[in-house]
Ligand binder design. Sequence first.
Ligand code: HEC
Ligand code: HEC
Length: 360
Amino acid sequence: MPNPRIISALALLSTIVAVVVIDYHRGEPVRPVKPIGTPQTIATPLGLPPVPVPADNPVTVETIALGKRLYFDTSLSIDKSVSCATCHDPGHGFAYPGDVSTGVGGKKGTRNAPTIINAAYYTTQFWDGRENTLEKQAEGPVQNPVEMAHSLAGVVARLTNDPSYVTAFERAYAGPVTFDKVEKSLAAYERRVVAGDSPFDRWYFGGDQHAVDKSVKRGYEVFRRVDKGNCASCHAIAEHTALFTDNEFHNIGVGVRNGAPTDLGRYEVTHTDRDRGAFKTPSLRNIAETAPYMHDGSLDTLLQVIDFYEAGGNANPWLDSKIGMLHLTRREKADLVAFLNSLSGEVPSEALPDEILSKH
Ligand code: HEC
Ligand code: HEC
């Protein structure tokens, strides 16, 4: 039998080699880049676990400020028309009001832009989980031809032409502008865009009986009970926190035409048959702010979502076994909507753009 310690040592070694090789291929220094500024602790809102922070990207005052500037800067897109905030709009719960998002030149994508609120907690990013970290996620939209249509090198060159950016990168990390630093900064900012302490949290975790009304409390029962909505079997609630996601992928029958999914979802990542038409279980926090719903933005209201579940989704061979006809009364449906409406919390004010702050 091979010694398990040797096996894990070999696994670690190969990971290190892989990371170095990847960095080398991207033409960036092999030495890992780490923020050098003032460390900042991120407060944990009621109802949420501590924000996960990777060891190579500790959050600092400087990286958050730089990430915020980049997030709202249209110069990340090729024709300077689109920023991250265009599709993940702070005025719309950091999501997009249209069914599918619109990038440079009015080009339409195929999926709905989800909120970035609490995205820091997902173990995978995107509807199909094709990236594992917020850092790597940022490379997607910058290069996507129907989103920002730029290149990583193009973004670096443009930022390097702006002396105020050069100074900001120097202060945050030392050394020149690199895309590695761009994505680390964006991720640091996104780790600030968390929201808990909702009326639900104050009642359920905080014990404040007056934080929500009776309808919300009944709606919670419908949400949880296996013989009612059975929603919490995927939109999970833990003992002291609730992310409202199991971080898994399920086919619930959205986007099905003629008995088959039109978007293969998770299958495109794993090429495993059972993943056909499966998408990541989205968190339901701040859900009242982020209509329309589902990966294709096909449902406009929370009541429509509930009617969709009640009908048992759209039949197709890959439909999740947890999805089936529900038998909810009109009052139970209204209570479920009230419950979903109680899940909205506030993003810290320093994460909001100035024009929204001045309206408060
Ligand atoms: C043109 C619109 C558009 C722009 C611009 C855009 N995004 Fe997105 N974003 C989307 C869409 C659509 C998805 C979902 C795509 C998918 O899952 O395949 C997404 C997904 C994400 C996710 C994953 C969230 C989750 O629930 O898994 C994050 C995080 C994110 N974007 C951050 C950013 C950042 C940071 C920028 C700027 C660098 C950016 N986006 C620019 C449309 C956009
Ligand atoms: C089998 C797991 C599962 C169960 C059970 C389940 N959901 Fe979902 N839910 C998902 C997945 C996966 C999606 C995304 C599906 C897609 O877009 O294709 C989703 C999407 C949603 C959305 C839209 C979120 C957004 O950001 O667009 C809402 C709202 C929602 N579910 C509420 C509920 C409610 C209420 C129940 C109970 C009646 C429920 N879910 C039961 C897995 C589940």
